[in-house]
Ligand binder design. Structure first.
Ligand code: COS
Length: 394
């Protein structure tokens, strides 16, 4: 569903164009029958299994773990999320969490950690999750208070995580906890936690406007083995941010896909619906609405694939590009979907209409993996730092 003229740009290679066409065809055919919005757990399990069997989840793990490319190819991740987001928000969610939940392990884990975690995620036989947020630490990650204490033979984990995607259905969680090497960001570490570990409980399932598997997790004297630690103690914050650098552009891509779907729905409606003796599309105000949406989506698309391309070219940090893409694409998609509802009139807010579903689905994307306000902080900091470097150089 990504426009052919976008895919024709030099951001992409032929392998991306071929992948996008095959995935769009597969998703339109295979995804809708797997989804029941009243059973999000079952739907996500079915989607993960199907995406694993069809080999799309190979994009979520690196080449040495049977992945599609040597390193995660951010353009492929973005194409996948845009395509799945166009068809079904839950499919996008299920795909994205396999990648986000495994990213820290595939980037920083030991060979044994990768070998245990990646192949089942790739094959769709295990579900992954990323547990960073806490009741009092969402945007301000460095304020998290879950603790991991060194004990004989391993670690003891205590605290609460919330808003955890796949919470309650995941087979493996990457959990961030304070290990105290230093105050703030430099005293956080990452751990692999499985639901069978003693002291782990799913405290609450969270019901939201666009239902997805989400939960609050509690760790009460939860015992982890020695090898649960990922990377070095104290390195957790930077690992989380490096993972988010890869996955923030993909959130933007999902928003892009949802926006394109809303635009297609609005365009069809504007052509089919007659008013004042002519199709809605003949009214200049409808044309203005469509024009704003087309322009905003094209601007988003360029930012999404600029960020993805930069990472794939080997740029070590794309923090600013990713933040710009995420902020602009999610905010634009919200506006595009809102305009589509307006074109639909009353029907646009009727349950069961695709644009109504998109309106609920898009909202969380402006919040999760760094709210728009966090992206503004990141962008401004990067800009000011660049200005400082330019001043020194000048
Ligand atoms: N890649 C690698 N390292 C990074 C990094 C990145 N993208 N971003 C920051 N770091 C490193 C920094 O270099 C710094 O290292 P040193 O201490 O060695 O200099 C360290 O991590 C701390 O960075 P910083 O000073 O920027 O930390 P802050 O606490 O000020 O970070 C923000 C603030 C708001 C940017 C951060 O907390 C954030 O992104 N919050 C949103 C998190 C989020 O997405 N939450 C949703 C949960 S996931 S669904």
């Amino acid at each position: 569903m990504l426009p052919a003229d976008l895919l024709a740009l030099p951001f992409f290679e032929d392998r991306h164009r071929d992948y996008a066409a095959r995935l769009a065809e597969w998703a339109a055919r295979e995804v809708p029958p797997l989804v029941d919005h009243h059973d999000v757990d079952g739907s996500c399990r079915r989607l993960v299994a199907a995406m694993g069997a069809a080999r799309w989840l190979r994009a979520c793990v690196p080449g040495d773990q049977g992945g599609l490319t040597e390193n995660l190819d951010v353009r492929t991740l973005c194409i996948t999320r845009a395509t799945l987001g166009y068809v079904e928000g839950l499919a996008d969610f299920a795909f994205a969490m396999q990648g986000l939940g495994t990213g820290v392990i595939s980037l920083f884990g030991t060979a044994a950690q990768k070998a245990a975690a990646c192949p089942p995620v790739r094959d769709g036989t295990a579900i992954a999750a990323f547990a960073l947020s806490e009741p009092d630490a969402g945007s301000d990650v460095a304020a998290l208070s879950t603790t991991a204490t060194k004990v004989d033979g391993g670690w003891r984990l205590d605290g609460t995580k919330t808003w955890i995607s796949n919470g309650g259905i995941a087979d493996r969680y990457v959990v961030f906890a304070r290990t105290g090497e230093a105050p703030g960001a430099r005293g956080i570490s990452a751990f692999i936690v499985t639901p069978d570990m003693p002291g782990f409980t799913v405290a609450e399932r969270i019901d939201v406007i666009a239902p997805h598997p989400l939960a609050t997790l509690k760790f009460d004297d939860c015992r982890l083995p020695e090898d649960a630690l990922i990377g070095k103690p104290g390195g957790g914050f930077a690992m989380a941010m490096a993972n988010l650098d890869i996955f923030r552009p993909t959130v933007a891509a999902a928003a892009l896909g949802m926006g394109y779907r809303a635009l297609d729905e609005a365009t069809r409606r504007a052509k089919d619906r007659h008013m004042f003796g002519a199709p809605l599309a003949d009214l200049q105000l409808t044309q203005a609405s469509l024009a704003d949406s087309v322009a905003e989506l094209e601007a988003s698309a360029l930012l999404v694939f600029r960020a993805a391309w930069a990472k794939d070219q080997g740029k070590p940090r794309i923090t600013k590009e990713a933040a710009i893409a995420k902020m602009v694409a999610t905010e634009n998609a919200q506006k595009v979907i809102d305009r589509a509802i307006q074109v639909f009139g009353g029907l646009g807010v009727k349950k069961g209409e695709k644009v109504e579903e998109l309106y609920r689905e898009i909202r969380a994307l402006r919040i999760y993996e760094g709210a728009t306000e966090v992206q503004k902080v990141v962008i401004a900091r990067a800009h000011l730092a660049e200005a400082e470097v330019a001043k020194v150089a000048g």
